[in-house]
Design a protein around this ligand. Structure first.
Ligand code: LLP
Length: 420
């Protein structure tokens, strides 16, 4: 499943001892395994090989240039949601014709940038947005391909902040409105409405909601066809869940088996947008215990990574396994219940609560597992903490892929007005 394993009592990433990486680059630190990234990309590619889809890595999950480059080298396309993500994708040499652009709030400059770059298509989410793309395309004298993101209104079991396919969510167009827009598409002289896009949420471990959503989209596609609207693309989004704890998510093969028959029927070019499935288990956040503090109620392991470095536990109550980088020799060792907390001045600043772990002491290294997706990308400078470094491992080779920020970096863009 991933390349973070114990050899003896030491945790390794691929061929490298993690304690050695810590010595060289200090903590906190994100560590990614190149092999795990590639393995997961290939798992999806293989599972869907019968229809040769365009697999667009969802850049929001992990936008480090080296990570993107690893995937671009495998000929992955990219799913972007901002001008900044588009800039990164182009920077690593992804062909514009392999880039799709989603998001409810695209700004005119961002749209213009994407049109100029010649991306494959926009996934548009509202009538108003279509108007803006039409204007920008007109100004640039271009005809632009657009898919409509529909909101299939299906229920999924995941955190309420990461469901996107219910009608109460801000995403997509309801199916009736989307149908009307397709039928009236001639009003847009600079747009080709060429596809349907769905993305129902993230960390989805069961196949059912995908199948339901795809079926709803297929009904629309069929109705459109019967009314003379022939599409080219069907984008089924991302959302495949991974193992954080004891989930039993569908595998890429199981997922493909469930949806392939439906997709084949369409004869459309299929697009996938996996993020977490590719990057999630490919990375860890390495942190060091600074203090251990026992109170009448709890044991706190105070570590040097905080909610500003990995916000998922604080924001979603997400579970990340926490492993000692050096295991005690005695495997039957007694466990102690800890809250693993960071240095940020907020009680919400925790990486784990009530976690039974082998005894830790100051100086111990801990690996916060499955942090490769929505980890570093969601980090901030809160409490004026420089953002941490990122390292990529390729077999025995260790490469720094983002420098640790300095205090100077923290204030680089700030200005004190003269005469203040
Ligand atoms: N496509 C679209 C249009 C999306 O909005 C997303 C994720 C994806 C693809 C990729 O989904 P994935 O395969 O990674 O599930 N920060 C949250 C996750 C937010 C996901 C947002 N959209 C977390 O840490 O759990």
């Amino acid at each position: 499943m991933h390349e973070f394993r114990y050899k003896g009592n030491e945790l390794y990433c691929e061929g490298v001892k993690i304690s050695r990486i810590a010595k060289r680059f200090d903590t906190p630190l994100y560590i990614y395994s190149r092999k795990t990234l590639i393995d997961h990309y290939r798992k999806i590619k293989k599972a869907f090989s019968a229809i040769r889809p365009l697999i667009c890595f969802s850049v929001k999950a992990n936008s480090n240039l080296a990570v993107l480059k690893v995937l671009a080298n495998q000929s992955a396309g990219m799913d972007v949601v901002s001008g900044g993500e588009l800039y990164r994708a182009l920077k690593v040499g992804v062909a514009p014709q392999r880039i799709v652009y989603a998001g409810v709030g695209k700004r005119e400059q961002e749209i213009a940038l994407a049109i100029k770059a010649g991306i494959l298509l926009f996934n548009a989410e509202s009538f108003a947005e279509l108007g803006l793309i039409e204007r920008a395309a007109g100004r640039l004298r271009k005809k632009v391909d657009v898919s409509l993101r529909i909101n299939p209104d299906v229920e999924i079991h995941t955190h309420r902040f990461i469901t996107t396919g219910r009608m109460i969510n801000k995403f997509g167009l309801d199916i009736r409105t989307a149908e009307e827009i397709f039928l009236r598409s001639r009003i847009f002289s600079h747009l080709n409405l060429v596809g349907v896009h769905i993305h129902i949420g993230s960390q989805i471990t069961e196949g059912r909601p995908f199948v339901l959503a795809i079926k709803k989209a297929l009904h629309l596609i069929k109705r459109l066809k019967s009314k003379g609207v022939q599409l080219k693309y069907f984008n089924i989004g991302g959302g495949l869940g991974i193992v954080y704890r004891n989930e039993r998510p569908q595998t890429a093969d199981e997922f493909a088996q469930a949806v392939l028959p439906l997709l084949k029927e369409t004869k459309l070019k299929i697009i996938l947008e996996p993020g977490r499935f590719i990057a999630g288990n490919s990375g860890i956040l390495l942190t060091k215990v600074v203090y251990v503090k026992k109170t009448p109620k709890k044991n706190f392991a105070i570590v040097d990574a905080g909610m500003n470095d990995l916000i998922r536990p604080a924001l979603y109550g997400a579970y990340h396994e926490i492993l000692p980088v050096v295991r005690a020799k005695d495997k039957a060792e007694r466990k102690v219940r800890y809250d693993v907390v960071g240095p940020i001045c907020e009680s919400g600043d925790f990486l784990a609560q009530g976690r039974d772990m082998p005894i830790v002491q100051a100086g111990d290294l801990l690996a916060v597992m499955s942090s490769g997706a929505y980890g570093f990308v969601m980090s901030s400078n809160y409490n004026s903490r420089p953002r941490v470094a990122e390292v990529l491992i390729d077999k025995n080779k260790v490469s720094l892929v983002r420098k640790r920020e300095s205090y100077r970096d923290l204030i680089r863009a700030e200005v004190i007005p003269k005469g203040l």
